[in-house]
Design a protein around this ligand. Structure first.
Ligand SMILES: [Zn+2]
Length: 209
């Protein structure tokens, strides 16, 4: 199946753990920004979430709104550490124990953020561990892509993988190994890659311990 406009948000494990920690720290909504590296290809793009930040905010059990002062403070902070704030292209927030969806307030926040930046990726999570992402582009008109896959990138533990292969060979008589391409790029994937979707090669985090 030929896949057009395939967008993926890839979250390296350390960033995912930090996100989980923020979400689990409070029962209500909490919100922040993140830095993205974008790898565009002819079918769409992979967005890699390099780092996430919490912004100074007032929180309530209801909707989260992000104040411009909170964003300005974060940008100041990042500039003092010489970070490229042009990469701040992701807005994340949690819904506490509620479902993940895009509320009217969320959509307004996304529109406000996108207008100044051209495009934004948004991510919403909850305490149950669900994640939902969308891409919004504002040029001459609005474009929203709701079908953004979210994947957590787990580095491969080669030593463990080899131990397991040896154990499986020993204990399982009729071995049918899964095709290796499921693990290419080291992306944890509950569904196999779509047939015909090209392999864009290794993942930049694979070589980092
Ligand atoms: Zn929301």
């Amino acid at each position: 199946m030929f896949v057009k406009n395939k967008y993926r948000l890839i979250i390296p494990l350390p960033v995912y753990l930090r996100l989980r920690a923020y979400v689990e720290a409070v029962d209500y909504e909490i919100s922040g920004l993140g830095m993205l590296t974008t790898n565009e290809h002819e079918y769409g793009a992979d967005f890699i979430l390099d780092e996430i930040f919490l912004i100074k905010q007032k929180c309530s059990a209801a909707e989260t709104t992000i104040a411009p002062e909170g964003i300005a403070l974060l940008i100041d902070e990042l500039l003092t550490t010489k970070k490229d704030t042009g990469h701040l292209k992701l807005w994340w927030h949690s819904h506490g124990k509620m479902d993940v969806f895009w509320s009217n307030v969320d959509v307004l926040t996304i529109k406000n953020l996108t207008q100044g930046k051209g495009w934004m990726l948004s991510l919403v999570g909850n305490i149950q561990g669900e994640l939902l992402a969308r891409l919004d582009v504002y040029q001459t008109h609005w474009m929203t892509e709701l079908n953004v896959e979210v994947k957590v990138h787990f580095p491969i533990d080669e030593v463990l993988a080899e131990q397991v292969r040896v154990e499986v060979t020993d204990k399982v008589t009729e071995i049918i190994f899964k095709p290796k391409r499921l693990w290419q790029g080291g992306i944890w994937n509950s569904q196999p890659f779509d047939e015909g979707f090209p392999d864009f090669g290794g993942f930049p985090y694979d070589n980092q311990a």
